[in-house]
Write a protein that binds this ligand. Sequence first.
Ligand SMILES: NC(=O)c1ccc[n+]([C@@H]2O[C@H](COP(=O)([O-])OP(=O)(O)OC[C@H]3O[C@@H](n4cnc5c(N)ncnc54)[C@H](OP(=O)(O)O)[C@@H]3O)[C@@H](O)[C@H]2O)c1
Length: 476
Amino acid sequence: MSRKITLDETIEVARPLHEVFAYVSEFSRIEQWDPAVARGTRLTPGAPGLGSEYRIDMKAGFSLHYRVVEWEAERRMLMTVDSRLFTAREEILFSATARGTRLRYIATFDFPAPLAAMSRTFPSVMDRVGKSTMEGLQRALEDNFEPPRESSATALADRLLLPGLCRFTRLGYRAARKRWKPVSAWLGGRHALVTGATSGIGFAAARELAALGARVTIVGRDPAKTEHAARAIRASTGNLQVAFDIADLSLMADVNALADRLLATGEPLDILVNNAGALFNPRQLTAEGLEKSFALLLLSPWLLTERLHPLLARAGSARVVNVLSGGMYSQRIDVDDLQSRNGRYSGSAAYARAKRGLMILTEEWAEKWRDDGIVVNAMHPGWADTPGVESALPAFYRSTRAALRSPEEGADTIVWLGAATEAGKVSGKFWLDREQHPSHVFRHTRETPEDRRRLLEALGGYLTSTRTARRSRRQA
Ligand SMILES: NC(=O)c1ccc[n+]([C@@H]2O[C@H](COP(=O)([O-])OP(=O)(O)OC[C@H]3O[C@@H](n4cnc5c(N)ncnc54)[C@H](OP(=O)(O)O)[C@@H]3O)[C@@H](O)[C@H]2O)c1
């Protein structure tokens, strides 16, 4: 005879009903709040809803298959559960209260006879499991976490190089995620702009921000590819508020035109992700005569971010995320040679110097825009398997491919910096896998205050010259 066990637990949280429903109804997020779950994966595309299916891998080594069989938005969802150990029906009921939202979870498990006969302790074990799951969900929804601080152990590992480099691989990601806190923030009503979102890390970041409810604008240089990416994000998340804009971000005329279009809407910008990037070998110039690494990786994000400052300030609590690279640890900014004119050109060194420059800007903006409520951070995605790495560093790609992360794993910290409540409490820092890292690991890469002043002055000079060029084009 089979054995049926029913759990019935209720929690109440001070969060609006639509936010609670949005978080819980994307059931793959159970991995964030149920301590027994290793991984949650949605198997069906589109917004969560009737017919959505999930694979939930348990830490105990077996998987559950969930299917949503009844669905009333912001009221209830009923799921069937299949596994090799048991079947179940799980119903979650949502209702608004004076304090926020009440959530009732009713699960009926059906254990087959051999398993049920094995233990009389099943009901009490299941009861404990149910309670700890609901406590985890309550903590996730209360969303009251402190941001991680920079630790001396992390700084030491970075200095010892090899442990630091190991963290860049998928192993580093897997080790780090064990310490992460849930991200239950809902981005509905917020506008996010992601550059370089046609592939790799930018695409993955834009898709996750859309899944969290943000209105997302992706920027790409190839119209067909960019439109295709926007369509793919809409289809996989069910979020129809995904727009696209076209700009070759290595051309300041395009950056200015993009900024003009965004400024003309007057719409606040809540999240800006400066992600577009590439590594150039040999040295190349843009049509505007600028060295490409400098143009795309430093001048462009500087110009775009400076020009969009009014929209960021209007948002009230905007976040800027600059996508850097651990490669910057090897370089010092050379203000006298921003365009790598002197000596033998190395694409990797030019790339790393530009990223170093963007780290300096991250710290400067964080300070300068603190009173506007704008939080600015930088991150290293780790080593991720993307078209950019494959084409720019083929030998590195071939030898490390097995250890590379997925683009989603590389994008995780971008999304966390843009969305997590606790990430909004820290500004001007460098992050990898949601952990603060020092911005320098070697003394020789440290710039002086004079270097910083001269860098800002040099970039300011480009702003003046690109604006002048724009004015004369308009007049012509
Ligand atoms: N993957 C890694 O291991 C790794 C490590 C450290 C840092 N990063 C950084 O992560 C970011 C994303 O790189 P990825 O690895 O995801 O590479 P990717 O797949 O090649 O993506 C780069 C993105 O930037 C866009 N882009 C390049 N040049 C552009 C231009 N002139 N104008 C507009 N968009 C342009 C690309 O557009 P197209 O599709 O048109 O080419 C693409 O969308 C970069 O900033 C990179 O430096 C990556």
